[in-house]
Design a protein around this ligand. Structure first.
Ligand code: ATP
Ligand code: MG
Length: 445
């Protein structure tokens, strides 16, 4: 680096500080060692999805605003107050950072005519954006894993998705997760229930809060979801949607339950379970934990047989769920799971810069054999004292230090020293039999 640039660094740092260039509120940096847990979770998800034969999709983070307004419903929390929407100043397009994954997935499926040869089982993972009040388990950029099955109307796929989520909790060793189920029936059944519900709520309008009053005629079902203690008794006495279901809706619901029963999945029926988006019908469900306070819903989903048509496709049944990655990871942490081990297998100690070419060539060969190797990096002029290098080696958590001393190198050897107490003395290994001793290192790890 040239001198003038070096001199500039403090100035730049000062400028950054003065302008308070810090991350956006509610949007987190995911850094080591926590990121290891994220990677581990993602690996578990991928492996499980493969076992269920679900295929991955990767979709844009920006979508036309109209997609969410049309797909999620104009009077939902998300569309009313949580979306990051803006106009593209270059061409005037109305755009939104995706607040959820289903609408975009349906858009892509319709746009690419993915269902022309039958149904699809798909999954995605990635960041979502909602302008909410940040708190534990609630962020403005958060991450979801979503699983969606499109093109099948039977209860068996609703059940399969629930079994899949349930298996994921097992794979992740999550304890204290319960399943709540409900059926929202079909639009005509909801219509009949809605009239009865509005009549009931109007009778008790004196206890309804401002939000409930606002929703009374636009989205009364959502009032049932209220957390306001003053409204609990009115909400509990409200007509139950389940009582308005016809034979076909009930049969669908019972078929889902029968499959869950046969598979030993326990659940409770919550007749007041509604979901935040307008697009659901028939089965809806949530997985909830009591370990995370009020942000205890880790996964939610249901059937959305009318969404595809609403977004411009042919009428096609579909069902899916999405889980909140931050909440699941928080639960894993809460339950005391240890972080995955990040330590390298070996740490390379390099007394003199002259040894770098040979040392680095050897490390490349070790890595090619699957050994994880961290190399000591110096200041440019010197590699640092042996003492400080050994300190770094210890701090890295590596099991072995490889010491590339000039004397050994001259004889075509490298010293291998255990960094764990009482594990034998230093030995030397020939540089030209890397594969064999990489193997011996791995079996000792
Ligand atoms: P909530 O009632 O907690 O606001 P929601 O009904 O808005 O949840 P969904 O849209 O169903 O949530 O999203 C599925 C999952 O994504 C939720 O169960 C939750 O685990 C997670 N999630 C939703 N919003 C956030 C957020 N702002 N921060 C972190 N996770 C979130
Ligand atoms: Mg929400």
């Amino acid at each position: 680096m040239s001198e003038p640039l070096k001199e500039n660094i403090p100035k730049v740092e000062k400028a950054i500080k003065a302008q308070k260039l810090v991350g956006v509120k509610g949007m987190n940096d995911i850094l080591p060692p926590d990121s290891a847990r994220w990677e581990w979770l993602e690996q578990q998800v991928r492996a499980l999805m493969a076992r269920y034969a679900y295929r991955n999709v990767r979709l844009p983070i920006l979508e036309p605003t109209a997609l969410f307004v049309r797909g999620l419903g104009e009077v939902t929390d998300i569309v009313e107050k949580e979306m990051y929407s803006f106009e593209d100043r270059l061409n005037g397009e109305q755009l939104t950072l995706r607040p959820e994954g289903t609408a975009g997935l349906v858009r892509a499926v319709v746009e690419h005519n993915l269902l022309y040869e039958g149904g699809k089982r798909l999954y995605y993972m990635g960041p979502m954006f909602r302008h909410e009040r940040p708190q534990r388990g609630r962020y403005r950029q958060f991450h979801q894993v979503g699983a969606e099955v499109l093109g099948f109307g039977g209860a068996e796929v609703d059940a399969e998705l629930i079994l899949l989520a349930n298996d994921l909790w097992k794979v992740l060793s999550l304890k204290d997760v319960r399943l709540e189920l409900n059926s929202l029936g079909q639009p005509a059944e909801r219509q009949a229930h809605r009239a009865a519900l509005i009549a009931h709520l109007e009778k008790h309008s004196d206890v309804l809060d401002e939000e409930a009053m606002r929703r009374l005629h636009s989205n009364p079902l959502r009032i049932l979801d209220t957390k306001n203690p003053a409204m609990q008794s009115v909400v509990e006495a409200a007509p139950r949607l389940l009582d308005f279901l016809g034979a076909a809706s009930l049969a669908h619901f019972n078929a889902v339950k029968a499959i869950l029963d046969a598979n030993g999945v326990t659940y409770s029926i919550n007749p007041r379970l509604v979901r935040g988006m307008d697009y659901y019908n028939l089965t809806v469900f949530e997985f909830i934990t009591t370990s995370l306070g009020s942000q205890g819903t880790i996964c939610g989903g249901g059937r959305y047989d009318y969404l595809i048509e609403q977004i411009g496709g042919k009428p096609t049944p579909a069902v899916g769920w999405a889980l909140g990655v931050e909440r699941v990871l928080e639960l894993i942490k809460e339950q005391g799971e240890a972080l995955p081990n990040l330590a390298p297998d070996v740490y390379a100690i390099i007394p003199e810069t002259a040894a770098l070419p040979v040392a680095m060539q050897l490390l490349q060969s070790l890595r090619a054999c699957g050994v994880s190797a961290q190399m000591h990096a110096g200041s440019g002029d010197s590699m640092g004292s042996m003492k400080s290098q050994f300190k770094k080696a210890d701090a890295s958590g590596a099991r072995f230090a490889l010491v590339f001393g000039a004397e050994e190198l001259a004889q075509g050897l490298v010293a291998v020293k255990s960094l764990r107490d009482g594990e034998g003395a230093q030995r030397t290994e020939p540089l030209n039999t890397v594969a064999a001793w990489a193997h011996s290192l791995q079996s000792a790890l």
